[in-house]
Design a protein around this ligand. Sequence first.
Ligand SMILES: [Zn+2]
Length: 279
Amino acid sequence: MNAKNRLLMQNLVSTAFVPFVRARNLFSGEAGCKVLAYHRIARVSEGDDRNCIAVSPEAFHMQMQYLHERGYRTISLSRLMESVIGGPEAPILPPLAVLITFDDGFADLLSTALPILQEFRFTASVFVIADRMGTDPTRFLDLSGMESLRQAGWEFGSHSLSHADLTLLDPMGAAREICQSKIELENRLGTDIEAFAYPFGRSTPALEQAVSEAGYRVAFGTNPGVVHSADNPYRIRRIEINAADTPITFARKWTGCYNWTVPYRRAKRTARRLLGAAP
Ligand SMILES: [Zn+2]
């Protein structure tokens, strides 16, 4: 199934979930924090292969307005970490809390995302690809851009060294991406890097273990859902938003109508493994 058909199928199935999710949210509420995952906020031409990860400034503004009007307020990465890893003594996350994250460290976060977020008094966090930081200032954030974001209250995490799919690397290669990116970012930014985002959102229990051993306190994937303080800190859920999202699909993703994709993906992986193991 190609990407367009997959998206169409996901949207159709999610429509069927709308009444159930509405009923559930009505009775049990939506306790817990949600984390949004973005990449670029930019206007890119049709056909650009980076198109799907670039949300237009207009759409992003509308999405932030949606959250703001419903009373949501952003929390910092540190605040979320404190709650997820702090055990029973940890401070409870405030109601209507959202953490906004951006993967890859694109330069348009400073020029485009920051002013929109500031309009709503929101902050965010960036997961940086260590080897790309500052390489091409027209595409990726450099040190001075990161400093400006930090002064605006943003925080940083690692998104590996080279953005390789860690699930395809041998354990040594994966450990290098995980450890070396932490060391390089800490040296360049002069701050502790305690959060990791898996490239392509792909992780395995072995990678989660490697991330923990490298000294990170939390790690994020792209399985949608709500974050609770008892969750596995090395598999924190995020709701991924991309260029194809309309106001309707954004609202459905936000309210949980796409959460079925998590057991679906898991079942697909298991089926593939079983079929692959069959003679
Ligand atoms: Zn990425």
